[in-house]
Structures are given as structure tokens and as C-alpha cells.
Write a protein that binds this ligand. Structure first.
Ligand code: ATP
Ligand code: MG
Length: 606
């Protein structure tokens, strides 16, 4: 392996710093399982989206494609209706298993319910629920109806709910009794196009019977469980997902039924899903990860999908990993950082004999966290990269590959990823390795967004020079591993250097006291911008001027004076989106006394 060059993480190449990371963490598939993607080069040369599409069934009768058919009914038609598709772990300790056959009848009923409410192909059906079984039924039933499903995160306040329902012109909303009373009822007059709200009772006998309200349990009971899936075509719209709002007001990315081909293939190749797996994606379906991989990918791959209603709690989550025999776990840096905070001793207090693969997405995964995973779980975290717009994983550390800590991995088979520079007339590829540029993808993969809802101009501007431009900066090493530099909006320009916040934050996280870090640029008349850092501390550490100097000193020794932060502020928490991403734009606005911008996805301070 080309370990010497490849093992460096981003900061070293730029600024000649030394890394204390072992250059490569060898990823060893446990239980002797052979990874689905065994040989990267071979997979790349043989893969085609058409071939992946042919592994799915298509709608009976030929011609059409429907996500819900592939995820549910296909298994029933193939005689696997008795296998458990979804295991739901309720907050109160309840455990309910749903077979593919049961989900088929529930979603058929729900599709009939929507039919009774006058929902037609292309209408928008929104959901505002916690991770309860009805949410999964609503998602798949809506897809069967041929309508567009749009999940909203249940912790949103009334204004983010109103604006998204308004933008998407929702015809039907599915929500719970308590969320309806607390957040939706007062908005009804402001949402004239919202014809019906289907209300799920908080407890048996609840629900609702006011005008415009439909009781979920009653209407499901009355509906027939026989339904012929709408004849959707591969290019028919299926899902509307709002982005996380990290860089500004969220955009509504529209996906089509063909996306299921990518959910299927990436579940197999990037997350190594296999028959018999217990798969747990910790993301909420209010974010694209929680739909693509928290609903569709495991079901379409026929593996058991574990749905955990409770929010993060280190003890509980580790207990679930052990007790449920989770074999593939897909989580996010924010959860990993919280586990790091909780300590590896807690992790080691449990045993995970079935755990084979751990993946992470959503934010840069610092090398520290990859190595920590190896130490605490005996398995490294596999970082992968994608966005709401891409609909599925595009770049990944595969089970069969060595991991270069701090790297996002290599492009999926079927995905052509490039580093480009924008030019006056478009964009051109930068072919030499190790150069910073914008991460771009060649359009044509099935889960690519087909529109920003009602924003055609904004959509058009994402494409140039034959590429989709992602808005993220990255570099590619000579072996095709991609390294995240930062979002183009967050990059800091200081004394002629382009500084990615990720490399600064990774250096800060090397200090044993630092739990989380964020770096921003603040205007400076001489340097253009100077780096300012914000950190939170691990428990057991106290903020002090001495500690501040020590952390800054470490950053300077790692990064060099030109790149290291000039100032460091301790915070008890960093502002983050509800999907767990650090909002650097908010830190910057606060530091400069500027308007804070859209805060609809800001996580409420806990
Ligand atoms: P908005 O577009 O509204 O500002 P957002 O980009 O955060 O919000 P998402 O689509 O949920 O919304 O997030 C995708 C972004 O998350 C990517 O463009 C990238 O910046 C970041 N991201 C995702 N995975 C990774 C990763 N593995 N490493 C680094 N960054 C990642
Ligand atoms: Mg984005």
C-alpha cells in the first residue's frame, strides 16, 4: 500500500506538520464476512447503474418503478413476507416487530386512505412525527400512491413547519395529536392549500375529529388493505427533502423513484448490507440520511431495519448495539463525539460480537474519531460523504479498504467525482492530485436531485462544465481518496493561504481537553482574515487562560503560525443544526455583530 503518502491527513500536506496518527487503520471485516465490494478496481470497471436497476424488480406488468414496491412488496412477492423488516424500539421500552407482509398491508391501507382524501400523483404529503411506526407507514404508503413524500423533523417549531408546508404546498400533513395541538393547529388559517391533517393519537382513544382532521387509526381501520400501486415511472417525483440549512435558508431537493436504484446499490457497496444483518441508522427521517438509509436502503436490501425512537443517550445506545446484535451501524460525527466525551471505558463495558461495520456521515470525521473507534469498539468508523442533493452516498471508505483517517474515501462505483475550479465560462477539472478545488460530480446517477423545489434558477446554477458543483471544497490524493477541506462558504482566506476549517479543527481536537471545535475567519486589515477558534471541553477540564495558551500552542505547532488560530474562545456548546452540523456562519455573524440569518434548523440549546 502507498502508506507513506496516503496516510497524511489534510493539515500535514499543506503545512508540513507531523501527524501522530498511524498512517492507515486497516479495516478488518469481522466474523470472516467477505465485503460486498471486495475489489474496488474490479467493482469500478464492472458496475453499471443499468445492471443495478435490473437487480430490482420494477412494477409488476412492466415499465414502472416505485420505491415502495422495491422496498416492501417485492420481498412479499418473492416469498419473504414473513421476515422482519422493521424492529421498532419505543422510548418507553416497547419493542414491536413488523414483517414485510405486515408493512405491505399497512402501507396499502395508507395509500387507500390518501386516495380517499383525494391525494393524486404528484401531490405533496408531509409528515411531522417522531420516529414512530406510523411515520414509516406514511412514507411508504405515500410513495405507493404516487404522491411526493416530505418528512419534517418533529422538533421544528411552528415557523419552520409553516414555511416548509408553504413552500411545498402540502395537501396533506400526517402528524401526532400532541404535535398538532402544539405546533400546527394555530397555523391552519395560514395554510389554505393544506386540505387535511391526519392525526395519530398519542394514546388509544385519542386522535381528533375536528373539521379538516382525520383520525389515523379509524381511517386506517376502515381502509381496504388491497391496493394496486400507482403506475409510477422511474422519473416521477417521489421525495422532497429540505437541506440542513447550515449555510442559509434550506432548499427543497426533489428526488424521483429511480433514486431507489442508488439506495439499493450504495446500501450494498458502501454500507456492506447483507442478508441477515441488523442495520441501525441513527438519523431522523426529517433529514435525507434518515430516509435514504433509515427507511429505503435497508428495506430494499431486505435487511432488518432497527428504528430507535429515543434520542442520543450513551448508555442506551451502547446497550442497543449490544442487545439487538446490530451488525451495521450508520451514525454521525456528532454522536461519535458525544461517545468520545462519555469515554471508551463505557463503550468497553458492553460487547458487540455481531458489529461488523460502522459508518459516519454528515460532517467531517476527524482522524481522532476514526482511531478512537478502533480503540474503543475494535472497529474504525468509516466516513462517507454525500448531500441532500445527491440523495445517496457518493464517496466512501469501503469495508474492504484501508482507511486513511481524515479521508472521506473513494468515489462509489458508478460515480465520477472530480476536483474542479470554477471559470468564467463554467468549470474545469483539476487533474493533478493534492490540489484544492470544488468537489464536483458528473450528473447521471439515479438519486441525483432533479430540482430545487420552485427554484429553477438556483438549480441551474449548480451545474457547469458538465458537472454538478457541490459547494464543498476537497482534494484528491494520487490514489483517488478524497479529503474534505471545508464548505466553500466557510473557507478562511488568511495571508494568501486558503484554510479549511476542518484542518484547524482536527488539530484542536488533538488536545486531550478539547471535545468539539469550530474555526472561522474574522476580517483583518493586514491578513485579510484571521482564524478564530471556538471549543468546548471534555468533562473534567476547566476553561482557563493557561489552557487557552496550551491549546493554541498545540495548534500552532501542528499547523504553523500562518494557519493556527490567533484567538480561542471557550463555549459550553457550539451552535449546531438539528441534524448535528456546526453552524459556523452563526458563530461568525455573532462575532461580527451581523444579522444571524435563518435559524429555523438551529438546535435549541439543551
Ligand atoms: P445547506 O445546504 O442548507 O447549507 P447542508 O449542506 O448542511 O445544508 P445537507 O445536505 O444535510 O445540508 O448536508 C450535506 C453537507 O454536509 C455536505 O455538502 C458537506 O458539507 C457536509 N458533509 C456531509 N458528509 C460529510 C463528510 N463525510 N465529511 C465532510 N462533510 C460532510
Ligand atoms: Mg448543502
Amino acid at each position: 500500500m502507498t502508506s507513506q503518502r496516503s496516510g497524511r491527513f489534510v493539515a500535514k500536506r499543506n503545512h508540513g506538520m507531523k501527524t501522530r496518527w498511524a498512517p492507515i487503520v486497516k479495516s478488518r471485516p469481522s466474523q470472516g464476512a467477505i465485503p460486498n465490494l471486495e475489489d474496488y478496481a474490479k467493482a469500478w470497471s464492472t458496475f453499471s447503474w443499468d445492471a443495478a436497476r435490473r437487480e430490482l424488480a420494477g412494477l409488476p406488468g412492466g415499465g414502472g418503478l416505485n420505491i415502495a414496491y422495491e422496498a416492501v412488496d417485492r420481498h412479499v412477492d418473492a416469498g419473504r413476507g414473513g421476515s422482519v423488516a422493521l424492529r421498532w424500539l419505543g422510548k418507553d421500552g416497547a419493542i414491536h416487530d413488523y414483517t414485510f407482509g405486515q408493512i405491505k398491508s399497512l402501507t396499502d391501507r395508507f395509500a387507500n386512505v390518501l386516495g380517499g382524501l383525494g391525494v393524486r400523483k404528484g401531490d405533496r404529503v408531509f409528515a411531522l412525527c417522531g420516529r414512530i411506526p406510523e411515520l414509516y407507514v406514511a412514507a411508504l404508503g405515500t410513495l405507493k400512491r404516487g404522491a411526493i413524500f416530505c418528512p419534517l423533523f418533529s422538533a421544528f417549531g411552528p415557523e419552520p413547519i409553516r414555511s416548509r408546508l408553504m413552500i411545498g404546498q402540502a395537501k396533506v400533513l400526517v402528524t401526532t395529536e400532541s404535535l398538532y395541538r402544539r405546533k400546527v393547529e394555530a397555523l391552519r388559517d395560514a395554510l389554505p392549500f393544506l386540505e387535511r391533517v391526519v392525526v395519530i393519537a398519542d394514546a388509544p382513544g385519542g386522535g381528533g375529529s375536528a373539521p379538516g382532521i382525520v383520525d389515523y387509526a379509524r381511517t386506517m381501520e376502515e381502509a381496504s388493505e388491497r391496493f394496486a400501486i400507482a403506475p409510477t415511472a422511474a422519473e416521477d417525483p417521489a421525495l422532497l427533502h429540505f437541506t440542513s440549512g447550515t449555510t442559509g435558508f434550506p432548499k427543497g431537493a426533489l428526488h424521483v423513484h429511480d433514486a431507489v436504484v442508488a439506495h439499493y446499490a450504495t446500501g450494498r457497496l458502501a454500507l456492506d448490507m447483507k442478508p441477515g444483518d441488523v442495520f441501525w441508522c441513527t438519523a431522523d427521517p426529517g433529514w435525507v440520511t434518515g430516509t435514504s438509509y433509515g427507511i429505503i436502503a435497508p428495506l430494499v436490501n431486505g435487511v432488518m431495519n432497527l428504528v430507535v425512537e429515543a434520542e442520543f443517550d450513551a448508555d442506551l445506545w451502547l446497550e442497543i448495539l449490544e442487545r439487538e446484535g446490530v451488525s451495521v451501524w450508520y451514525t454521525a460525527p456528532t454522536a461519535i463525539r458525544m461517545l468520545v466525551k462519555a469515554g471508551s471505558a463505557l463503550v468497553k463495558a458492553h460487547r458487540y460480537p455481531r458489529l461488523r461495520f460502522m459508518g459516519s456521515v454528515g460532517e467531517p470525521l476527524n482522524p481522532e474519531a476514526v482511531v478512537w473507534g478502533q480503540e474503543a469498539f475494535g472497529l474504525p468508523f468509516h466516513d462517507n460523504w454525500w448531500q441532500t442533493e445527491t440523495g445517496g452516498i457518493m464517496i466512501a471508505n469501503f469495508a474492504s479498504m484501508d482507511i486513511r483517517p481524515g479521508s472521506m474515501g473513494r468515489a462509489l462505483p458508478g460515480i465520477e467525482a472530480a476536483i474542479v475550479r470554477r471559470t468564467k465560462n463554467g468549470a474545469e477539472e483539476i487533474r493533478e492530485p493534492e490540489a484544492d478545488g470544488e468537489l464536483a460530480l458528473r450528473p447521471g446517477w439515479p438519486s441525483m436531485f432533479r430540482a430545487y423545489w420552485n427554484e429553477p434558477e438556483r438549480y441551474r446554477k449548480c451545474f457547469a462544465g458538465g458537472f454538478y458543483l457541490t459547494g464543498d471544497l476537497a482534494r484528491r490524493d494520487a490514489d483517488g481518496y478524497f479529503w474534505f477541506v471545508g464548505r466553500s462558504d466557510d473557507v478562511i482566506k488568511s495571508s494568501g493561504h486558503l484554510i479549511g476549517p476542518f484542518e484547524v479543527e482536527s488539530a484542536l481536537l488533538e488536545h486531550p481537553a478539547v471535545a468539539e471545535a469550530a474555526a472561522i475567519g474574522l476580517p483583518d486589515p493586514v491578513a485579510g482574515e484571521l482564524v478564530k477558534a471556538f471549543v468546548t471541553l471534555k468533562s473534567g477540564f476547566e476553561a482557563s487562560p493557561e489552557l487557552q495558551l496550551r491549546i493554541l500552542g498545540l495548534a500552532r505547532s501542528r499547523l504553523g503560525a500562518a494557519v493556527a488560530p490567533k484567538d480561542l474562545e471557550f463555549r459550553s456548546a457550539l451552535p449546531r443544526t438539528r441534524s448535528g452540523k456546526i453552524m459556523r456562519r452563526l458563530l461568525k455573524a455573532q462575532a461580527l455583530g451581523l444579522p444571524e440569518g435563518d435559524l429555523s434548523t438551529l438546535e435549541a440549546p439543551s
